[in-house]
Write a protein that binds this ligand. Structure first.
Ligand SMILES: [Zn+2]
Length: 261
């Protein structure tokens, strides 16, 4: 498990800046995933951030309420496949898209406060932005994801973001914390990995620690999102009814999520 002081400080600074600047903050970590908050500043910046973010043709995914903008048929096919799996995994819990999900595969996705990131859900424009697979390697370096087959990780990354999108469409009230936003995305992302790959990821952590305290909070998320991801998956899978946790988050009544900092 990696917990460098540098990333931790960056994460904390990022969190504090966003907290002060927006009514509904964006979760962001320098090396990890982001949810764009509803504040216009974040969404506007995301859309303008880089000349590399030119959107290619948008095409629908066959049989799935998802539109994908990508630069190649391979990228389009992979994104559609991953998005369909995300939608299926949520549908198992009775959670379905209320409108089509838009996914854009981009040369680079940047957050205004933390630089290049894997991807994010832009809630203002209702679109999922994901960095191209070829460009995620530098973001992977130094993380537990780096040991995983890149394609496996990348597919799970798209699943993570599409879970955010569909959950967001179904929220009955705004999630009370970043942890509440991230729990479903991480739990289903890690669940989507093949068993051997998932075990590789889970073995990165102290086994007693990831099975301990069942309360999820923003501190753990910001200081060690990978640890949070591992715990979310184990908590979700070890529950008699993991789907009830997702329903509770949609209702804003998840007792296992600590109040925000
Ligand atoms: Zn996320």
């Amino acid at each position: 498990m990696r917990r460098t002081a540098c990333w931790s400080i960056l994460s904390l600074l990022c969190f504090l800046v966003v907290q002060q600047g927006q009514a509904q903050p964006a979760a962001c970590r320098a090396e990890d995933l982001c949810i764009g908050g509803e504040a216009t500043a974040v969404s506007r910046n995301v859309g303008q951030l880089s000349p590399l973010t030119t959107v290619a043709n948008t095409e629908p995914c066959p049989g799935t309420p998802v539109d994908v903008a990508a630069q190649s048929p391979d990228e389009h096919g992979l994104a559609c496949s991953a998005a369909a799996e995300a939608i299926h995994r949520l549908a198992v819990c009775g959670i379905t898209p209320r409108r089509p999900v838009r996914v854009q595969i981009m040369s680079e996705v940047r957050h205004p406060f933390s630089g290049a990131i894997f991807g994010l859900l832009d809630t203002k424009q209702e679109r999922v932005l994901v960095t191209q697979e070829a460009n995620v390697q530098t973001l992977l370096d130094g993380t537990p994801y780096a040991a995983l087959p890149r394609r496996d990780f990348y597919r799970s990354l798209i699943i993570h973001e599409v879970v955010h999108a569909v959950m967001h469409q179904n929220l009955k009230r705004p999630a009370s914390s970043h942890a509440a936003y991230e729990y479903p995305a991480y739990a289903l992302q890690i669940e989507s990995l093949a068993a051997s790959v998932r075990d590789m990821f889970l073995q990165s952590f102290d086994q007693r620690a990831i099975k301990a305290d069942p309360i999820f909070n923003d501190s753990i998320l910001f200081f060690d999102p990978y640890f949070f991801a591992a715990r979310a998956y184990l908590h979700f899978k070890s529950s008699a009814d993991g789907c009830s946790h997702l329903a509770a988050i949609l209702d804003g009544e998840a007792a296992f999520i600590a109040p925000p900092m």
